[in-house]
Ligand binder design. Structure first.
Ligand code: G3P
Length: 249
């Protein structure tokens, strides 16, 4: 960890029921969390209200996606205004599941980020290569293209956290090694320095996601350029998520 306050997000994805979420919230409420860490959870939309009304204010809430502009006649979508209305401070954009399962493209994701920021939400901007791209030596190219789409669209980086999530590590149990993650994080920071500014490069938090758990978080957190985590599966277990939050070094 190096730049700014350590940031740990729990992306609950499309998981949970009223009952399982009540249990998770209660576990999080009773967990002891390091003070110097930003902690955010991202429940499925339909449970955000339940979480907001029962979860400690110590933990902020994020949407898992948002519409690209002002709400209206967009069946099935959730607007930035609605996320704010219900108490969200953040939104996750460009997650690999939205890129590769739903088919969202770079430019569209960039526009979403710009709109969310213009309305005052923080953005967790996800990037990351697929296995075949890594094997073809294209990891940096893919990450930089995705980063550029964000950079071209956003007016300011103050409320942006970059999440590097290699697709091959997501939900697979195959975590990137600390060296693999650190190598990409340094490259991302260097890209920001050359293409945005030195200040943005040094201040922007770059967090890692992909099979982070209670057992591997401490080693990853030691790396200079890993400024936190975006956690999927392990964020559904309160005590394990707390361990990850507390791995800050
Ligand atoms: O956004 C977090 C995520 O994609 C990582 O998921 O289950 O591999 O921790 P998981």
């Amino acid at each position: 960890a190096g730049s700014g306050k350590f940031f740990v997000g729990g992306n609950w994805k499309c998981n949970g029921t009223k009952d399982s979420i009540a249990k998770l919230v209660s576990d999080l409420n009773s967990a002891s969390l390091e003070a110097d860490v930003d902690v955010v959870v991202s429940p499925p939309f339909v449970y955000i209200d339940q979480v907001k009304s029962s979860l400690t204010d110590r933990i902020e809430i994020s949407g898992q996606n948002s519409w690209v502009g002002k709400g209206g006649a967009f069946t099935g979508e959730i607007s930035v205004e609605q996320l704010k209305d219900i108490g969200c401070k953040w939104v996750i954009l460009g997650h690999s599941e939205r890129r590769h399962v739903i088919g969202e493209k770079d430019e569209f994701i960039g526009k979403k980020a710009a709109y969310a920021l213009s309305e005052g939400l923080g953005v967790i901007a996800c990037i990351g290569e697929k296995l075949e791209e890594r094997e073809a030596g294209k990891t940096f190219d893919v990450c930089f293209d995705q980063l550029k789409a964000f950079a071209d669209a956003v007016p300011s980086w103050e409320k942006v956290v970059v999440a590097y999530e290699p697709v091959w590590a997501i939900g697979t149990g195959k975590v990137a090694s600390p060296q693999q993650a650190q190598e990409v994080h340094v490259a991302v920071r260097d890209w920001l320095k050359k293409n945005v500014s030195e200040e943005v490069a040094s201040k922007t938090r770059i967090i890692y996601g992909g099979s982070v758990n209670g057992g591997n978080c401490a080693e990853l957190a030691k790396e200079e350029d890993i400024d936190g985590f975006l956690v999927g599966g392990a964020s559904l277990k309160g005590p394990e998520f707390a361990t990850i939050v507390n791995s800050v070094t």
